[in-house]
Write a protein that binds this ligand. Structure first.
Ligand code: GSH
Length: 219
């Protein structure tokens, strides 16, 4: 088995999506913490591996991959005993990709656009439009769930991991009203039952929420 290293920090939703995937696949890996607040992601050594200076970063025996969505797809394709978490079937995969790209371009970005200015520039005033983007994301996710148990059907896959890592962190900036979004609440409840969910996602999400909540004022 080649040596797999995941670089990350557990407050990061994209890092937690990769932790969920690695745990689900039961792939052994080393986890190296990158202290973003100390700028470790911008040192020369890290930039050589990921010039975009983001975590998560995967080192699979010298092959470097960044962006959580790309990492999760790669891990299942390479190490999955089955393709359940990222099916090869063209239509199933296209539906999963849609949810992954939604997370990458809309859902997680609605959070990052608020958290990054706070973490690195101490911006604590958040324009209402940014909060509206978060609410729009919740609305889309609730609609995607429809009558299904999970995001693309009745089995979970990596799109559930990526979107759940974001959804469970978003209350840092906007509480998720369970009356407006009952399907999201029930879906997260289902994922919480996974034996590795607490360690891989819940604990980090709670830490993240504690860091940001009550720090921000909507203007
Ligand atoms: N689309 C990327 C986003 C990764 C990302 O924004 N990571 C944040 C932590 S949550 C980060 O590394 N920020 C430091 C930086 O961008 O310099 C992914 O899914 O991996």
């Amino acid at each position: 088995m080649p040596k797999i290293v995941l670089y990350g920090i557990d407050i990061s939703p994209p890092v937690r999506a990769c932790l969920l995937t690695l745990k689900a696949l039961e792939v052994p890996f080393e986890y190296i913490e990158v202290n973003l607040f100390a700028g470790e992601h911008r040192n020369e050594e890290f930039l050589k591996k990921n010039p975009q200076h983001t975590v998560p970063l995967l080192d699979d025996n010298g092959t470097y991959i960044w962006d959580s969505h790309a990492i999760c797809c790669y891990l299942v394709d390479k190490y999955g005993k089955t393709d359940e978490l990222y099916p090869k079937d063209l239509v199933k995969r296209a539906h999963i990709n849609q949810r992954l790209f939604f997370d990458a371009s809309v859902f997680f970005m609605s959070l990052r656009n608020i958290s990054v200015p706070n973490f690195y520039k101490k911006v604590d005033k958040v324009p209402q439009e940014k909060i509206d983007n978060v609410r729009d994301g919740y609305v889309h996710l609730e609609n995607f769930l429809g009558d299904n148990l999970y995001l693309t059907g009745n089995n979970f896959n990596i799109s559930d991991f990526c979107c759940a890592a974001t959804a469970s962190s978003l209350p840092a900036v906007l509480e998720m009203d369970p009356h407006k979004f009952p399907k999201i609440k029930a879906w997260l409840g289902r994922l919480e039952k996974l034996p590795y969910y607490k360690e891989a996602n819940k604990d980090g999400a709670e830490k993240y929420i504690k860091m940001l909540k009550n720090v921000l004022t909507v203007v």
